[in-house]
Design a protein around this ligand. Structure first.
Ligand SMILES: [Zn+2]
Ligand SMILES: [Zn+2]
Length: 287
């Protein structure tokens, strides 16, 4: 009998006051150590080996569903058809959570990288959630919707082309998100560096809150102990590193729970200070 490694369901629910935050896994993609900079490669490999994670490193990709009682909100959309074979499980995971694409009222975008916006379209460039409005931070829309910079490398050019493709398909659904007050209980937290207007969202209900910090970390075993280590996807490496250390310090001090699109499923937990860096304490899966 063949060994089955697929999970029976790929969704995890967490209460935040009167809200429900559901992590939906979109997939994983492989990353080489060459993706890293501002860390010695030997040290990166040592930390990775110490974590007992598979090599080459795999980056988890989540999306998050937030049900506030008033609205059903999807926060980012996974790779959709743009992952070259990676990811693309979002709508299966959404079905595991008991929802159809038409249930989504609002898609809230954190930044316009293909692994966050690809799920807005299908393989034929048709909108997957035509009923939803799509809220995009204004700085992201202006940057990625604009002309491709003359000095863009191949990877950046592909990111711009992916953004242009998605904007062309769902442009009539898109609304600029200005300022930081998003919706009742949801506040935008600017976390620039990974992209120009990379935005986290603080979700608060009753006495509970959580910071969805999005792409602060891609390789947890390496970047928690070494927040200065950056990945090639960070558009401004120095600013990304500075933002990463600052927000890790803040949530380690405040004990606020954190979620992130590249934190391992269920992608929720806590940050604690550890030596010169930090350590990730994953939320314990509760049946
Ligand atoms: Zn990103
Ligand atoms: Zn990402």
């Amino acid at each position: 009998m063949p060994v089955t490694t697929q999970q029976p369901a790929n969704a995890h629910r967490l209460a935040i006051g009167d809200f429900t935050l559901t992590t939906l896994i979109d997939g994983q993609f492989e990353a080489g150590f060459g993706l890293l900079s501002n860390i010695d490669e030997t040290e990166a490999k040592r930390l990775h080996d110490a974590s007992r994670r598979p090599t080459p490193p795999r980056i988890t990709l989540n999306a998050y569903l937030l049900e506030t009682g008033q609205e059903t909100i999807l926060i980012d959309t996974g790779f959709g058809p743009l992952g070259g074979g990676a990811g693309g499980r979002l709508f299966e995971s959404l079905a595991d959570a008991g929802h159809a694409p038409d249930d989504i009222d609002t898609v809230l975008i954190t930044h316009m990288h293909p692994d966050h916006i690809g799920g807005l379209v299908d393989a034929n460039d048709q909108p997957t959630m035509p009923r939803a409005r799509v809220l995009v931070p204004a700085g992201e829309l202006d940057y990625w919707g604009g002309a491709i910079p003359a000095d863009a490398d191949d990877a950046q050019t592909q990111q711009f082309e992916a953004a242009h493709r998605v904007i062309a398909a769902v442009g009539s659904q898109i609304q600029h998100l200005e300022g930081n007050a998003v919706l009742p209980g949801i506040t935008r937290v600017p976390l620039p560096g990974h992209t120009p207007d990379h935005s986290g969202y603080r979700i608060a209900s009753g006495n509970a809150q959580l910071l969805l910090w999005t792409d602060i970390v891609h390789l947890p075993s390496i970047q928690f102990p070494n927040p200065e280590a950056t990945v090639a996807f960070d558009s401004d490496a120095a600013q990304a590193a500075e933002t990463r250390r600052r927000i890790m310090s803040e949530v380690a001090e405040s004990r606020e729970p954190v979620a992130g699109h590249h934190l391992d499923f269920p992608g929720v937990g806590y940050v604690v200070a550890d030596g010169a860096g930090f350590r990730w304490l994953p939320h314990v899966w509760t049946p």
